[in-house]
Design a protein around this ligand. Structure first.
Ligand code: NAD
Length: 277
């Protein structure tokens, strides 16, 4: 069976789909014949993106609100049918030293990046388990298996997404529902604006992450790291004794990439959006 055959007609929900990785994934899946629903907290942009591309469903979704999630998924099932794939993609990445991070922002990062993924996964499982079929894909990050100064709470949130997704995979083993995680490197979206990738790790394009997600749906597996090179570096560094791994991370520039090296002017608009200013 070709990739197109495996994707054609599938009902796919993507959170945070108004732009960036979520939108690139929606476009790639639509091209292969999937029926697409994108939800996003940014109602204006999600409506512009959805109507411009003629997706089946597009509208406001706040992943931190269980009622909003349920009603969005209900609407998708009413309009296009039982959901085959839920991609929990919505996320934010404010940068800076944790000591300067307002408590409300700490809570916001955890609510969107972790609580939102848990709510979305539960809601998807309740719909998929009785049918013994479905696929939940949680967008983590290579930050979920590394530690990067300037991203402490974000790192914590992505470690949590990986731990949660790995646990679900075992908890629902044999149920017919697949659980996968995606670990992108720094990717050229608004979220990464003003940040330069550490040495030896070029930034990815959102279309590369989308292609990896398409690959997961065609052939489900537990996780995929993108780019391949960044994934290998991350795994090797984790395998080494901590002082050596940390020293390699520093030599690649990860110690200041998300602090002093950030181009604050280029990043300003994103930081304001992410912080809800
Ligand atoms: P992006 O900022 O371009 O898009 C994220 C979208 O999520 C935005 O449209 C935003 O409005 C939406 N969103 C935020 N809060 C929401 C909420 N409460 N409910 C619904 N939608 C909400 O970012 P992106 O780069 O496309 O990131 C997508 C995912 O990929 C995130 O989980 C991010 O952590 C992850 N990721 C990104 C990178 C990167 O460098 N861009 C790297 C690794 C992982």
């Amino acid at each position: 069976m070709s990739s197109t055959d495996k994707i054609r007609g599938k009902v796919v929900v993507i959170t945070g789909g108004a732009r960036g990785i979520g939108l690139a994934t929606a476009v790639a899946l639509q091209a292969l014949g999937a029926k697409i629903a994108i939800g996003d907290i940014d109602e204006t942009t999600v409506k512009e993106s959805g109507s411009a591309r003629d997706f089946e469903v597009y509208g406001k979704l706040d992943v931190t609100d269980g009622a909003s999630f349920e009603s969005f998924l209900d609407e998708v099932e009413r309009t296009i049918g039982p959901i085959d794939v839920v991609i929990n993609n919505a996320g934010i990445m404010p940068t800076g030293r944790v000591v300067d991070e307002p408590d409300a922002l700490t809570r916001r990062i955890l609510e969107i990046n972790v609580y939102g993924v848990i709510l979305g996964s539960k809601s998807a499982l309740r719909r998929m388990l009785p049918r013994r079929s479905g696929h939940i894909i949680n967008i983590a990050s290579l930050a979920g298996e590394s530690h990067i100064p300037g991203l402490a709470t974000y790192n914590a949130s992505k470690h949590a997404v990986l731990g949660f997704s790995d646990t679900l995979r075992e908890e629902y083993r044999g149920s017919g529902v697949h659980i996968s995680s995606v670990l992108p490197t720094l990717t050229n979206t608004e979220l990464g604006s003003g940040v330069t990738a550490p040495k030896a790790m070029r930034a990815a394009e959102p279309e590369e992450i989308a292609a990896a997600i398409v690959g997961l749906i065609v052939s489900p597996k537990s996780k995929v790291r993108v780019t391949r090179t960044a994934g290998i570096i991350s795994q090797v560094v984790n395998f080494l004794p901590t002082p050596l791994g940390d020293a390699i991370g520093r030599s690649l520039g990860s110690g200041h990439a998300f602090l002093d090296d950030v181009d604050a002017e280029r990043r300003k608009a994103y930081e304001e959006r992410a912080r809800g200013v």
